[in-house]
Design a protein. Structure first.
Length: 232
């Protein structure tokens, strides 16, 4: 194996770890360990970010890497949250229509896969753009799992209708053509000197902060989109 081939190993290994975490999340949902299932999906997001950073650092972009990343993302941010949605609605509530649980969970997962396919069709392996067409799938997964964690840690409990709205809303936004700016643009008001402090604060309060931050990201993009349409 030559040096050129070796540089692709690390980013692809990180991508595979992303998929492993998604797979483990599914097993935890099956075992009704929903908190761990949610955290595994969030951890998969960290590895999803790391594989891109590593590929850029090593200049290790490839069509294989792009496709592999999307397949792994479909497991971690499409199938795993879909299974979590199904499991939560099936086992933690008696006041949600049973006949809607499977279609809702499947629609979320399907929208995530469609979002990834659309992304792959319109981008090349090394593309880096300020805008996405539709909400990226990790943001959809974050809304689902962070809502669950927020509801649990605040003592509010998971409200099935809210979970359904979050899941369905995420599905619609993922397959939409609404431009979504990268988080760095949306949160550009944070001073650069404060970024590390803010990141540590978010990590320390993740179960409280990720859902409100996820909602802010969505509504900030929607406001920008509809405001630009009004001006035109």
């Amino acid at each position: 194996m030559n040096k050129i081939e070796r540089k692709y190993i690390l980013p692809n290994a990180i991508t595979a770890t992303n998929m492993l975490l998604g797979f483990l999340s599914i097993t935890m949902s099956i075992k009704e360990n929903y908190r761990l299932a949610a955290w595994l999906i969030l951890l998969a997001m960290v590895f999803d970010a790391l594989d891109g950073l590593t590929a850029r650092k090593l200049n290790a972009f490839s069509e294989f890497g792009k496709e592999f990343d999307s397949f792994c993302d479909s497991v971690s941010f499409g199938i795993a949250p879909g299974i979590l949605i199904f499991s939560l609605l099936s086992t933690t509530t008696n006041n949600f229509p049973k006949e809607l649980i499977t279609p809702l969970a499947f629609l979320y997962a399907l929208a995530g896969v469609v979002r990834l396919v659309k992304f792959n069709v319109v981008t090349t392996a090394s593309d880096s753009k300020d805008d996405f067409s539709g909400m990226p799938i990790p943001n959809g997964a974050n809304l689902v799992v962070s809502y669950f964690l927020f509801a649990e840690v605040t003592g509010l409990g998971v409200e099935p209708k809210i979970l359904a709205v979050v899941a369905l809303g995420s599905a619609v936004l993922m397959i939409s053509t609404i431009p979504f700016r990268i988080p760095q643009k949306i949160f550009s008001f944070i001073p650069k000197k404060m970024i590390l402090f803010v990141a540590i604060a978010i990590l320390g309060t993740a179960e409280y902060s990720l859902f409100p931050l996820g909602l802010y990201y969505v509504f900030a993009n929607l406001f920008t989109f509809f405001n630009s349409k009004d001006q035109n």
